[in-house]
Design a protein around this ligand. Sequence first.
Ligand code: PAF
Length: 328
Amino acid sequence: MKIIVVGSGAIGSLYGAFLSRLEDTEVILVGRNPHVSAIQSRGLKIKGILGDHVFKLKAIKYASEVEKVDLVIVTTKTYDTLTAAKSAKHLIKAGASVLLIQNGLGTEELVAKALNTTKVLRATTCMGALRTSPGVVTATGCGLTEIGSRYPENYELVEKLTKMMKHVGFDVRSSENIEGVVWTKTLVNCGINPVGALTGLSNGDVYKNKALRGLIVKLVEEAVQVVDALGIELTTEDPVRYALGTAKATGDNINSMLQDLQAGKRTEIDAITGEVIRLAKLYGIETPSSEAVYALVKALESKYLKEGKKLAETDILPIDDLVEAITG
Ligand code: PAF
């Protein structure tokens, strides 16, 4: 199988690298410099909890440099999905399937509609990875990958990819309820990510704080009302407990939204809390806590994007004031 990974940051490089170990599988990474040039000259180094490895992989800057592949894996941030998918339009037109490995809601429909294809697969991941320097990725967490598709014609490919990923050591399972999988993960992100991002705390420190745990409960409960209105079947019986359990289990993690703010980058709040608020409005559901954290994260985000400044210790809001303001 010939695979191209568009948006090869930490997560994309990690999946691409391990998949390239399979026989008869060629993987090409598409990313940005200096990551790409470092891989071209020294190979891709993977460190951390998966051990130390060097992968000799083809890395390029533009998908247009490739003529034909079987699979396009997109691992960009949610807001770059369409640009990434469009950059591989010629490959998709020529018959390639697309696998989106991301956080957030709504990207499958977006790609299917924009590129007029139903060969769209989706995965959620609880793998943690950081690009520690150009050409070097450190694996920080090893969690479940779940793959599925809302288009049944892709089930065979879903099973094939599940086997391939298992073979190279990922903890992976396929699901025929990918909407439920995506929503279950999104509820976790709705609870943990803005709270960590606004307080500057690791998932474990968020979990240890009673008031912040209470805020996670409110955020998840608001989002669950939307899930119920949509008639989506979650993959957990108790989403609040699941979100709190994830915060505890990933205690050392700095969640991805906080990482983005710390790097002065745009966050994925629009595809997570923003999407919950948008859908809630359609059903007349009130989401005051979600709206408050959304506004706060957006304010911080625009401040750092505008000033090109990174999150500083002094910008972190006092926790008690914050929780009171949000939950009343
Ligand atoms: O976005 C993240 O950081 C992760 O999805 C999670 C599970 C919240 C762990 O940090």
